[in-house]
Design a protein around this ligand. Structure first.
Ligand code: AP5
Ligand code: MG
Length: 210
């Protein structure tokens, strides 16, 4: 079973994908994380896009996700977080892998900005915290691996505004291309998780209406 989580910045794609992966054994593939962890000759080019809040070119992300899917061995399936993000990527989706459901998590822009300004991440194990809704037990330290938490380069105010602008312009139009399941991302984290697991347990094959 393969699913896509889609939604604006800070809607909880990463948080929910982590929870679902832990519970089901599915593999969480975040294109944002793949790009942030890129090494070697592409690293500088990738950061010239992502640090300012711009999308990386389609050819690059499609190549990257194909490689990642090929090397991912999972009997339980994958959770795609951050792909697709524009019309060209949406058109490629079902050619790249079989998708069983696309779940949109929706929140307002005001909530997106509030969450992202308060987000801290563990650079070692990848856990995400929020100073308001999900703080670490010790200030600035990961609960799981005790690493010092960091903020993302693209979580500065100018980059957040640009990312939201691009979401509405490039990503929102693709929502019309699929039969979606929709979840209110402004509910608390555990309630959103419950909604998503309910969908995953009862879902039928997605219909692509390109
Ligand atoms: P990416 O890393 O995917 O960033 P994003 O889409 O902007 O989403 P975020 O990771 O910011 O938010 P999220 O939805 O994962 O929320 P989270 O769970 O962290 O992409 C980064 C960049 O990479 C892009 O800008 C682009 O440059 C590039 N890129 C990636 N994919 C690409 C593609 N396909 N094509 C081209 N370029 C691509 O939660 C946010 C905060 O809220 C956390 O602090 C969390 O604790 C908290 N929180 C979560 N849920 C709740 C809740 N229900 N209530 C209260 N707080 C909550
Ligand atoms: Mg994320």
């Amino acid at each position: 079973m393969n699913i896509v989580l889609i939604g604006s910045q800070g809607c909880g794609k990463g948080t929910q994908a982590e929870m679902l992966a832990r519970e089901t054994g599915m593999i969480h593939i975040s294109t944002g994380d793949l790009l942030r962890h890129a090494r070697g000759s592409l690293k500088k080019e990738i950061h010239s896009y992502i640090d300012k809040g711009n999308l990386v070119p389609d050819e690059l992300i499609i190549k990257l996700i194909k490689i990642k899917l090929k090397e991912t061995k999972s009997k339980k399936g994958v959770i795609l977080d951050g792909f697709p993000r524009d019309i060209l990527q949406a058109e490629q989706l079902n050619k790249i892998t079989k998708i069983d459901a696309i779940i949109e998590i929706y929140i307002s822009d005001k909530e997106a900005i509030r969450r992202i300004m308060n987000r801290w991440n563990c650079p070692k194990c990848g856990l995400t915290y929020n100073l308001i809704s999900n703080p670490p037990k010790s200030k600035g330290i990961c609960n799981k691996c005790q690493t010092k938490l960091v903020q993302r380069e693209d979580d500065k105010e100018d980059a957040i505004k640009k990312r939201l602008f691009i979401y509405h312009k490039e990503t929102e139009p693709i929502l019309k291309m699929f039969k979606l399941y929709r979840v209110n991302g402004e509910l608390d984290i555990n309630k959103v998780h419950k909604e998503i697991t309910g969908i995953v347990k009862g879902m039928s094959r997605v219909i692509l209406i390109l």
